[in-house]
Design a protein around this ligand. Structure first.
Ligand code: F6P
Length: 471
């Protein structure tokens, strides 16, 4: 059914599960709004306030839902309470059950396949919720888009939206961007056939699909060719999101960052080197093997004992899922066991922080001697791009060849196979031993490559490519 737009005015619409703002309810019942950052936020701000832009996102927590109930909202943002009415539990089933436990696992190849996945009736119920949740977005976008508007749909949460929106509104231009890797066809085919087909056909409802690297775009095309016979004329583009140099350089020189540098220096201890990692605690980030590699370094190269500290910031993520909670606990256990094995009176080999503090992350970036970025698989990985931009004296980058960022940074990084703990230990040694001059030179080149496509241009390029897509 093709419906006419209702008094709708937005010319540019972004749709994503997590929006640019979140709400919390204080003890006094007052709502407090917190604005987030990231590529999309700065990208969208690049089109200017005068443009009629609207960000459609889901209400995630109780504060968000309360804001929707009270009709509180930021200009340019429409939050959808997917669970309102009789749809209780739909968001959790779609987000935790399908998006994070299935699609994320498929694209990052995280299953322990002898036992999982096992798609049965529970999955089918969750899949229905995923369809309902995608339909709620498609309907909201159809209602809000001005005639001929550009709609930019984000990520694996919303793969069905392009196809559903196309059925409702034939006049709008639809883009979809994947911030994750895309699974190789053999792995993607683990999904039940009809579900795999629905995902691909849903995305192909877009005029144009965007990916972070050529590798992920090719994997998607391969899935379409093998499962559907082709991509049905949908255009595919690659936009490698870069770091926001201006923002990072200014933000990382503020007083709060300086203060945290002083604290970190004290915790690390005079004259010691640092191996820094900063991640959300996602299974794909490979934090545990990173620590195992550090342990191997201390075992096999005792000359580094007392002379280096592994500064690991592992910020909680998706704690509704038991497997994430277990992984978070495992990270702490491994850190403690390394400290128990090697720690001395004045030296704590692993400094693990789990409370999210952006200023402290920037402080760690600035003083890192080695940055360890060793994901099993990653769409891009912005930490790998941010560290060289803010580093004070140059930093050796140990980088997984399975991170999207490797396509742009591989030449000046120290490459690692993320599963090879021994090779990662050797890479850490190489990073720690890199002459200061070489480190600084490489960091300069890494920073240039990392900032080649700043968020604003990344977003505008997609928008322009989309609006030209049908002409
Ligand atoms: O980093 C990849 C990504 O898909 C982002 O695009 C997205 O914002 C995030 O992961 C989703 O994470 P969360 O479940 O915390 O919203």
């Amino acid at each position: 059914m093709v419906s006419e737009p209702r008094n709708a005015a937005a010319q540019v619409l972004v749709a994503s599960n997590r929006g640019p703002v979140s709400y919390s309810v204080g003890e006094d019942g007052e709502l407090t709004a917190k604005r987030g950052g990231g590529g999309l936020v700065s990208g969208l701000s690049a089109i200017g306030d005068e443009a009629d832009a609207l960000w459609v996102c889901a209400a995630l927590g109780e504060g968000d839902r309360e804001a929707v109930r009270r009709g509180v909202g930021e200009p340019g943002v429409r939050m959808l309470d997917i669970d309102a009415g009789s749809r209780e539990g739909v968001h959790a089933a779609a987000y935790n059950g399908v998006a994070n436990s299935v699609l994320w696992f498929v694209h990052h190849m995280l299953y322990q396949t002898p036992l999982e996945p096992a798609f049965g009736p529970e999955f089918r119920e969750q899949w229905e919720a995923y369809e309902t949740y995608n339909r709620a977005f498609a309907e909201a976008l159809a209602a809000e888009a001005a005639p001929g508007a550009a709609v930019l749909v984000q990520d694996y949460h919303l793969t069905l939206v392009p196809g559903m929106l196309r059925e409702l509104r034939d006049d709008v231009r639809i883009g979809h961007f994947s911030h994750t890797p895309w699974a190789p066809a053999d792995y993607f085919r683990m999904l039940p056939d009809d579900v795999a087909e629905q995902v691909l056909r849903g995305m192909l409802g877009a005029d144009r699909l965007g990916f972070l690297t050529g590798r992920w775009a090719d994997a998607f095309t391969e899935c379409c060719v093998r499962m559907l016979g082709g991509t049905s004329g949908t255009r595919i583009g690659v936009h490698g999101l870069g770091a926001d140099a201006d923002f990072l350089r200014e933000r990382s020189r503020r007083d709060d960052v300086e203060e945290r540098m002083a604290t970190l220096r004290e915790q690390v201890g005079e004259g010691r080197r640092t191996i820094v990692r900063v991640d959300r605690t996602e299974l794909s980030k490979n934090i545990v093997r990173g620590m195992q590699a550090y342990r191997e370094l201390l075992r096999t190269r005792p000359e580094w004992r007392e002379r280096v500290v592994h500064v690991a910031f592992a910020y909680p993520s998706r704690q509704d899922l038991a497997v994430y909670r277990e992984y978070t606990a495992e990270v702490s256990r491994v850190a403690e066991s390394i400290n128990a094995e090697f720690g001395t009176e004045g030296w704590t080999p692993v400094l693990l922080h789990v409370d999210d503090d952006f200023a402290r992350s920037l402080a760690a970036y600035r003083l890192a001697d080695v940055a360890l970025v060793n994901p099993i698989r990653d769409g891009m990985n912005l930490v790998a791009k941010e560290v060289p931009v803010v580093s004070d004296e140059g930093c050796a980058l140990v980088l997984s060849r399975e991170a999207g960022a490797f396509e742009e940074l591989g030449e000046d990084a120290i490459p690692v196979n993320p599963y090879d703990v021994t090779a990662t230990a050797e890479a850490l040694h190489a990073g720690l031993s890199m002459p200061v001059g070489e480190r600084a030179e490489r960091t300069k080149r890494l920073a240039a490559a990392a900032t080649a496509l700043p968020p604003a241009r990344w977003f505008l390029d997609q928008l322009h490519a989309l609006t030209g897509a049908r002409s």
